[in-house]
Design a protein around this ligand. Structure first.
Ligand code: 13P
Ligand code: SF4
Length: 313
């Protein structure tokens, strides 16, 4: 189908189904352009809680669509490609995480939103990279914490908060692959450029970064920063929104170790495209479903995050 016809068919089906298209910043440009809403993990969860659409099409990875379904069980939640997983969520199987929790019974269990519903159901509280530090700082100082699954985000929060944290040994395949050496070489070529990184990056990269934050925090930062050039260490889809918001500034994707790639893409996020989005709206599938008892258990920790986050603002 011709691109323009495809886009107008997506728009027609969206209004026919009273659907909302939500996209994460790591989506391909065409999806970000057609989406009703683009944001980070926290933004997407908050939007899912307040939308009055009948159908949510979540152009992101599976845990994001699953979180939307947990929050809004009466809405139909669709994902253009059901195979869009997350290497970080997969690094934390629920059975092993449960055994870890049982071995440390006096700990509050905090899980990053990049987890399965089963892991969220085992957790006391969910956080995203946008609110992890604020939420952990809002807990009593002596509270012992289990944090999973991202070791880089966990260690970063631990170093800033000084909290007693046991950290699961998981990581994201995208954020662990940036080359510090190549980034420092780039910095020599662009001495005025600021290095901005996602907290899922390794500690050595975080140490040389001028700004560390979630995708939304990064987009907000580049708009208000005085600098005109940035080396961006996160999935390079976010550069689209940065360039859209700041047309006069230069955004350079941080290079990965792999010499065959100019920037780091998340294989899972990139599984969606306009054709799949069209078919998903047309056929109303793949649909994301969560078994009711599991949904209720997982909702507690997500709802607690949404409540705390609302009060933090
Ligand atoms: P954000 O919450 O910053 O969008 O991060 C989501 C993610 O998957 C990072 O890899
Ligand atoms: Fe998961 Fe990493 Fe992809 Fe984010 S970039 S969705 S953490 S695999």
């Amino acid at each position: 189908m011709d691109r323009e016809v495809l886009k107008s068919e997506i728009k027609r089906l969206r209004s026919e189904r009273n659907a909302v298209i939500m996209a994460h910043y790591y989506q391909i440009r065409e999806i970000q352009e057609i989406a009703d809403f683009v944001g980070d993990s926290l933004d997407l969860a908050q939007q899912a809680a307040k939308t009055d659409a009948d159908v949510i099409v979540l152009c992101g990875v599976h845990f994001m669509a699953e979180t939307a379904k947990i929050i809004s069980p009466n809405k139909k939640v669709l994902i253009p490609d059901a195979g869009a997983g997350c290497s970080l969520a997969e690094s934390c199987p629920a059975g092993e995480f449960e055994a870890f929790i049982k071995a440390h019974p006096d700990h509050t269990v905090i899980s990053y939103v990049n987890t399965s519903a089963a892991v969220k159901a085992l957790s006391d509280l969910v956080v995203t990279s946008s609110n992890a530090l604020q939420i952990i700082n809002s807990l009593p100082q002596d509270e012992k914490i289990i944090f999973g699954p991202d070791r880089n985000l966990g260690n970063y929060i631990k170093s800033l908060s000084g909290r007693d944290m046991l950290i699961w040994d998981g990581a994201c395949h995208v954020h662990e692959q940036f080359s510090l050496q190549k980034i420092l070489e780039l910095k020599k070529q662009h001495p005025q450029a600021e290095i901005i990184s996602h907290p899922e990056c390794k500690q050595d990269l975080l140490k040389v970064s001028d700004f560390i934050g979630s995708t939304s925090a990064q987009v907000a930062y580049v708009q208000k920063a005085e600098a005109g050039e940035f080396i961006v260490a996160t999935e390079c889809g976010v550069l689209f929104e940065m360039s859209r918001k700041c047309p006069g500034k230069l955004f350079i994707p941080a290079p990965p170790d792999d010499d065959s790639k100019a920037c780091n893409e998340c294989t899972f996020m990139r599984m969606h495209n306009l054709e799949k989005l069209y078919r998903c709206l047309r056929d109303e599938q793949p649909e994301v479903l969560v078994e009711e008892q599991l949904r209720r258990q997982a909702l507690r920790s997500i709802q607690r995050m949404l409540n705390i986050s609302a009060n933090l603002k």
